[in-house]
Design a protein around this ligand. Structure first.
Ligand code: ATP
Ligand code: MG
Length: 434
């Protein structure tokens, strides 16, 4: 079928014939003239039917068409500066390819507001809205940018198994599955495999893949299936990989701002490219900063405490832009995290947006004995990590890496209220379908 997107037509093509396909967004019957607004992925086109000048058959079809039906229109392009795109189509032929039932489960024009849950229940219809589609066009564009960035920086893209035998970070928060007659789990992170790839000599690797976390969170920033962007790099320290991370974030913002103008305008937002380098504060400074506020909630904080969501909010409010929290207490980070000279502190960092954590990373332990003693100290059994530990026995470089949540990156960049808006079909404690 010879067809064009609505955005591929412009007024300079007046007089030419064109075929458009799409959804019936709106029909306005003004008596002497009927306007049908056709919507496709790229925009809108006005199909104009003056009663006196079009065949009765076409008018009959339009009269009985329901909103959101899929149609094909062939007609002549005519300039009209009042219409979307500056042109209208005077139809010779209109074919209904698929009738839409009514009432519609949602209003795809967005004029009638719906709760997020209702929207997600009828996601196919919700996604027809240009401002919802825009999020996913940007998501796709962000993935392109990330892939190009890593290619330029000499990283090899890898794919590691998502069905695994062991927990990565500890025994909790795993989805068990049956694997023939054994127990297995959905992977919560590619951590162990990307480290094994350092022993394999790949030097710099990256992966983008789902992570599955069985945590019983019910927040606007947690999913049970999320997308993680992970890197691991040999002969790099944690400062090196922090620089890669902030450069990547700045690059993503820059390219979205430059290339996604239409989508940003559909979303009615502007984005500011963050300045690099990002501010760095140590965990100890973060605790002191919180205690120096006169908020009684923070006066009881002691070194070693977790930073709760309200701590993150307060720090975000005080700092107001992307920043790193570095040098976390060793015991607050996973066993594979390299301790500093003072072993109570680790060579680790979290990348923070004022609203929430975006990424976690660190220098990793590459000394086998130290690694085993850290696994022990965390109350885990080194035997169940045999496949991982073997890779440390036969020559493994010092290395560092991080994991960045794609949905959190999108959510904070686009100012979305709920992380579920950045996923086509989110998985959470209550939602397994669609
Ligand atoms: P949080 O403390 O905010 O729950 P985390 O420290 O448990 O996150 P990490 O294990 O450090 O998460 O994972 C690295 C990154 O992956 C996080 O910074 C976040 O961007 C993303 N991520 C982790 N878990 C989730 C989740 N349940 N939903 C969405 N994104 C997640
Ligand atoms: Mg983290």
């Amino acid at each position: 079928m010879e067809r064009r997107f609505t955005a591929e037509i412009d007024p300079s093509m007046a007089g030419e014939k064109a075929t458009l396909v799409g959804w019936v967004h709106e029909i306005r019957d003004l008596g002497g003239i009927t306007f049908l607004i056709l919507r496709d992925r790229e925009g809108f086109a006005q199909v104009t039917l003056p009663k006196k000048r079009v065949e009765a058959e076409l008018l009959g079809i339009v009269k009985h068409i329901s909103r959101e039906s899929v149609i094909r229109v062939t007609g002549t392009i005519k300039e009209d500066e009042r219409a979307p795109g500056g042109y209208e189509i005077l139809p010779h032929e209109i074919r209904v390819l698929s009738y839409a039932d009514s009432p519609l489960p949602l209003d795809p024009t967005g004029k009638v507001k719906a709760e997020l849950d209702t929207r997600l229940d009828s996601r196919f219809m919700d996604l027809r809205r240009p401002e919802v589609l825009a999020i996913f066009k940007i998501r796709s564009y962000v993935l392109d940018t990330i892939r190009n960035f890593f290619k330029e920086h000499g990283f090899i893209e890898i794919n590691t198994p998502k069905i695994v035998a062991t927990a990565t970070e500890g025994g909790t928060a795993l989805f068990p599955i049956t694997y023939f007659n054994r127990e297995a789990f959905l992977s919560q992170s590619p951590q162990l495999f990307k480290q094994i790839m350092m022993s394999a000599g790949f030097d710099r690797v990256w992966e983008i893949a789902p992570i599955f976390r069985a945590e019983e969170h019910d927040t606007t920033r947690h999913l049970n299936e999320a997308t993680s962007i992970d890197i691991e790099a040999s002969f790099m320290d944690y400062e090196d990989v922090m620089r890669i991370l902030e450069d990547l974030i700045a690059r993503v913002y820059e390219s979205v701002k430059r290339e996604c103008e239409k989508e940003l305008s559909d979303l009615d937002i502007r984005i500011e490219v963050p300045d690099t380098p990002f501010r760095r504060i140590t965990y100890t400074e973060a605790i002191d900063l919180l205690k120096s506020t006169d908020n009684p909630e923070f006066s009881e904080l002691v070194w070693g405490d977790d930073l709760s969501a309200s701590c993150e909010h307060e720090l975000g409010r005080l700092i107001g832009e992307h920043y790193f929290i570095t040098d976390w207490p060793t015991d607050s980070k996973p066993y594979y995290t390299q301790p500093a000279e003072n072993p109570e502190i680790s060579l680790s960092f979290d990348l923070m947006h004022p609203r929430m954590e975006l990424a976690s990373g660190s220098e990793r332990i590459h000394d086998l004995d130290l690694l085993i003693s850290r696994i022990d100290a965390m109350g885990l059994n080194p035997d169940s990590f045999e496949f991982y530990l073997r890779a440390f026995k036969f020559g493994i470089p010092p290395h560092s890496g991080w994991g960045l949540g794609l949905e959190r990156l999108l959510m904070t960049m686009l100012g979305l209220e709920n992380i579920r808006e950045a996923v086509l079909f989110p998985r959470d404690m209550r939602r397994l379908s669609p």
